[in-house]
Design a protein around this ligand. Structure first.
Ligand SMILES: NC(=O)c1ccc[n+]([C@@H]2O[C@H](COP(=O)([O-])OP(=O)(O)OC[C@H]3O[C@@H](n4cnc5c(N)ncnc54)[C@H](O)[C@@H]3O)[C@@H](O)[C@H]2O)c1
Length: 422
């Protein structure tokens, strides 16, 4: 897969970057209707791993007139195990909605192009952060409704690709829901509505934590090329995952942006790698980030993101106001607690069918992804990073060519201090 010709080339960056900040202002989730109101919605799953398989189950279990008709993954074994799991689901609606024929199963690095050529109405994009922006732009151009997992990119180059996709979806009135869960979780929705209505007064400070453990770390198997290993052990490499602040902490940063109805304007950050051995399987990521973000009105958000075993775990958000404080989900007693994973798909299908207003979340998930990326840029560089500088940066961390036979060495691990002084 040659990334340079699937989206923006390096030469295009400066030109497109100039318009990128404006793009954020143009799309605002205008009311209206999606272009389709079809009875049976046909779904294709791209990225048949853990999350993708669950997303397919979630959309099938949420509606009795949705069919899964196509599946695609870079690896045949991932596709086959996902297919078996969905086909054999004990959930009635899932088994009923499974309708995947062999000729609608696609593997390889170009599997995304093949699934987009089928007659699916909705693409579920659940591959990896590094490839998502390319897939989203292709899906937008192909005129599909989209459910996309997060984060939507790993660098500003990818973000600009997603902004282009957002505009195309808006023009074609194709709906997009992003898998940031909390945006569709009713207790969060109800609470944040109350915060916007002044329940705790004026918000003066925010806190976002993803203090957790290392999700997984796989040993390399004989016969795996560099690329196969990078993709199967993806959470440990910066170009495939974006580092933990982008891959996981985006959920909490997204909540704070939601409370603030916007994104930060600058960030100062630090962090490092304190426990991971310098082994290929542990990759090139840091294991902790601490960021101080500032919003346009001077409000600060304290953000911690880390992968430390055996330490305090805390995945949460908080807003402090002039009249009180909130966990951003605590002001909704008795509200439906059904998982955001289910509601994401119910809300998407309702918008596509015209039973709810047109929904396009690509811009706001691009903003939250960009918030995480600028935190990483500030931490890796040791510099204060502004939103405009980050968004207009030509930083591109995904290799220009992603192919099975190429070497993809690990690292180096970023060191922010100016080594010339020592
Ligand atoms: N919203 C959430 O709460 C949540 C939870 C878990 C994961 N995620 C996100 O979902 C995504 C997938 O995570 P996962 O845990 O399912 O990982 P996974 O490794 O289980 O699944 C990823 C799948 O994508 C496939 N893939 C990789 N590159 C591909 C390409 N170029 N084309 C087609 N297929 C490709 C892999 O072979 C694999 O089957 C990640 O972006 C992750 O951040 C979100």
């Amino acid at each position: 897969m040659d990334h340079s010709d699937k989206g923006l080339t390096r030469r295009d960056f400066t030109k497109v970057a100039a318009g990128a900040a404006a793009s954020f202002a143009i799309l605002s989730g205008r009311p209206g209707k999606a272009d389709a109101n079809v009875d049976t919605l046909k779904v294709g799953l791209l990225g048949c791993g853990g999350r993708g398989t669950s997303a397919a189950i979630n959309i099938l279990e949420g509606d009795n007139n949705v069919q899964l008709v196509a599946m695609a993954d870079v690896f045949a074994d991932r596709l086959n195990s996902s297919r078996e799991k969905i086909k054999n689901s004990e959930k009635e609606l899932v088994a009923k909605g499974y309708a995947v024929e062999d000729d609608h199963c696609f593997t390889g690095l170009d599997a995304y192009e093949k699934i987009l050529q089928t007659d699916i109405d909705i693409l579920l994009e659940a591959t990896l952060p590094y490839s998502r922006s390319i897939h989203l732009l292709a899906a937008a151009k192909a005129g599909k409704h989209i459910f996309t997992e997060k984060p939507v990119a790993v660098d500003p180059t990818g973000i600009r690709r997603v902004l282009e996709a957002a505009k195309i979806c808006e023009e074609k009135k194709k709906c997009v829901v992003a898998g940031t869960q909390r945006r569709h979780h009713r207790p969060y929705m109800e609470t944040i509505k109350k915060l916007h209505d002044g329940a705790i007064g004026e918000v003066v400070a925010l806190r976002a934590y993803w203090c957790g453990t290392l999700p997984f770390c796989h040993d390399r198997k004989p016969g795996w090329t560099d690329l196969e290993y990078r993709l199967r052990n993806w959470i440990n490499y910066c170009w495939t995952s974006g580092d933990n602040i982008v891959e996981q902490h985006i959920h909490n940063l997204d909540v704070c942006n939601w409370v603030m109805n916007g994104h930060p304007v600058s960030v100062l950050a630090s962090g490092g790698r304190v426990w991971k051995p310098r082994e290929e399987k542990y990759g090139d990521l840091w294991d902790n980030f601490s960021c101080d973000y500032e919003y346009p009105n001077g409000v600060h958000m304290a953000s911690f993101s880390r992968h430390w075993d055996g330490c305090a775990e805390n995945v949460s958000e908080a807003a402090v106001g002039t009249k009180g404080k909130s966990t951003c989900r605590d002001l909704a007693p008795g509200v439906d607690e059904t998982s955001g994973y289910i509601w994401e798909h119910r809300d998407l299908v309702a918008a596509i069918r015209g039973n709810a207003p047109y929904l396009n979340e690509l811009q706001r998930v691009a903003e939250s992804t960009m918030t995480a990326i600028m935190g990483r840029m500030a931490a890796y560089s040791g510099k204060l990073v502004t939103w405009d500088d980050a968004l207009n940066s030509d930083l591109s961390i995904v290799p220009d060519v992603v192919a099975w036979d190429r070497p993809y060495p690990v690292g180096p691990i970023p060191i922010p201090v100016d080594k010339s002084k020592y």
